[in-house]
Design a protein. Structure first.
Length: 187
């Protein structure tokens, strides 16, 4: 059995890391290191950050909640898994979102800008995509779109791919790629 890190939200709104023994869910140490590096730059530049996730379903938020000095730069995040929630909370344009199953560069751009506005942060991150194949929609290869906004403007957008792995491993892979790009963009 492995030690697992899960983030639970308490009634007063703080995230607490709790260690649980379980087999396949491990907060990746490389992801935590990458997040710490990004956090160091955010602190040095006096930026705040917020995260909007779909495909990674809270993985990036959990990583940020565990970063060193997180309270000084991390404003919060939102997991929006379906079209209705992306449109309602992040102002994603609904007609486009419906036509692409909410997986496009435009959607991740709007998520990044929307989450920064929602949390009043300097930097916003959006990520949407597929962590497993969806045969009924002819999605065989796994991919995601990530975007980074700064002060209400997109400064980075990219389509990323993943190998066929278990969905959790794909989510962690996407989160690590996002953190590497965030670190490079902010450096």
């Amino acid at each position: 059995m492995s030690i697992v890190l899960r983030c639970l939200r308490t009634t007063i709104g703080y995230h607490l890391p709790i260690f649980i023994k379980q087999k396949n869910l491990i907060m990746d140490s490389e992801l935590i290191k990458l997040t710490d590096k990004a956090g160091t730059i955010l602190l040095r530049k006096n930026y705040t950050i917020a995260v909007a996730e779909s495909v990674t379903s809270g993985t990036v938020q959990c990583a940020f909640s565990l970063a060193k000095n997180t309270i000084s730069f991390y404003q919060g995040g939102i997991t929006v898994y379906n079209i209705g929630q992306k449109c309602r909370h992040l102002s994603v344009e609904p007609t486009h979102a419906i036509n692409c199953n909410c997986v496009s560069q435009q959607v991740s751009d709007q998520m990044a800008i929307g989450v920064a506005r929602m949390f009043t942060s300097d930097i916003g991150v959006g990520i949407t995509g597929y962590a497993s194949p969806v045969p009924e929609q002819d999605v065989k290869k796994l991919f995601a779109f990530m975007s980074i906004s700064k002060n209400g403007r997109i400064i980075f957008s990219k389509k990323i791919n993943a190998a066929q792995m278990a969905p959790y491993d794909v989510q962690v892979d996407y989160a690590k790629k996002l953190m590497r790009h965030l670190f490079n963009i902010l450096s």
